[in-house]
Design a protein around this ligand. Sequence first.
Ligand SMILES: Nc1ncnc2c1ncn2[C@@H]1O[C@H](COP(=O)(O)OP(=O)(O)OP(=O)(O)O)[C@@H](O)[C@H]1O
Length: 539
Amino acid sequence: MMGIRLFAAAIIVYRKFSTKSIGKISYESPKKVYKSRKKKSYDDNNNKPKWTDQQEKIIDAVKRHKSVFITGSAGTGKTFLLNHIIKLLRKQYKPSQVFVTGSTGVVACAIRGQTLHSFAGIHSHKCDKEDMLRCVLLNRKASSRFRTAKALVIDEISMVDAQLFENLEFVARKIRGDDSSWGGIQLVVSGDFFQLPPVKSKRIGDDDDDKQFAFEADCWDSSFALQVELTKVYRQSDPQFIKFLQNIRIGKLGEEEEEYFKRLQSSAAMDSKAMLAVQVYPMNKDVSRVNEERMKSLGDEAFVFKAIDSGSDIKRCRKQLDQATPSELSLCLGARVMLTKNLNTWRNFVNGATGEIVDFSRIDAVGVGDEDKDEDEDIDTDSNTEEKDIATICQDGLLPVVKFDSGKTKVIEPVTWQVKDGDNIVAERKQLPLTLAWATSIHKCQGKTIDFIKADLSNAFEYGMHYVVMSRAKSPEGLFITGLDPAKIKAHPKVLCFHEKKLASEKDEKPEEDSTTAPLAVSRTKFHFSLSEFLQNRP
Ligand SMILES: Nc1ncnc2c1ncn2[C@@H]1O[C@H](COP(=O)(O)OP(=O)(O)OP(=O)(O)O)[C@@H](O)[C@H]1O
């Protein structure tokens, strides 16, 4: 009798927890993860992130309706802070009055906004101010956005050029009939000019006097009440590595750095982890070639995942969504993949996390569509995908199971990318948040944290490329570089000058104005490195 009871109990337990995978791997389904999850905690008392003084200062200024420029080296929490500020702004004004933009499609999708071009309703910005104004006035929706906006957020400003910034400021003033800076729109701009420059900008060494960076726009200074450089680095914790990266950022590769770099390389060559590393290339064609070759070499059956696109403006937004996630994704067992969204930062399932497909699980075996979002404040998924959508995306009825390099295994469900116009969702794509990860491009890895990264930098052609690649790694053990040409480790002279002269000379607080949106005095926090010292000692 006892034996029968035990047997029945075993069957119940099996039915309840069986994953029914096509392979033999066992893993937690989303439902089980959900049940066993504890609340994430940044701060034991109130479950909120602990802001640094600099971050607090910015938050405070935003609450007082000031326009701010947030800069800082990679991993100092610019995007993290920006996401918090977007929430604040949406409470401060109406959500429909807050426009969130990014300089490229990838950036825009990452912060659930639209590209700056799309906000302004323009295709090209290579025109003069008056022409751009005419173009925007002819576009009813774009003019209405300029009129409605109370706040405009621009992420990754380093890739926005001076002419566009200047033109948009002019257009905002004219359309709103308000002569104050940006026609009174509160501006929140974030980015690091030492990272990737505007597209089709000058190559390394090819410098002239044309305006290129947004900070060269005539209206730059008057656009902000506060310009702050965040200095606490969160992504890396090794002080020596942080110092090395800071020097690469400003183009300094002296004896000390070369020595450090050599040590990095000698340990890297021996490291088996190099096999896991994402190979980063400056050119897209190399990325596609490597990924395709590696997929073919596996020779396994590939399953195709087709995205579902929808929304009133999907035609116009398709290109932006394509930059964020492919409309068709082929995956097979053994494929190296990378997450393209933060799913759960607490469990380290973050944008950039890499792993391998170890199994495919049947859709009906996992509790899809019910991963909680609320517990993870900074989760990037916009909405849960309904089961019928999942069946459409996963036509073979299978979901990939990824064993991440962190050791954790997870069934990956489709998530949603949205393009928002104010608070209107104008386009959506539902797709798996995965991309092949034997290789990726430097442009695609900007903004990501990658555990093991391997780059051949012999073809690097733009300022900032070396720094962007190296600063993705969390530790020196995760960084494998070849083709390093010290002569190419350079910061753009104009960026150095901006940081040294313009920002540093504006230390003094000018009296703040009371107007909620007027351009105010520029102040800034102290720089964390002495640039003048560096410039004097530059080899
Ligand atoms: N105040 C904070 N408390 C806890 N974690 C933080 C805080 N600020 C930032 N972080 C963490 O720091 C990491 C890096 O942040 P983030 O990606 O925003 O940096 P970034 O400056 O935008 O980097 P990049 O320039 O490379 O895009 C993230 O994992 C984020 O969660």
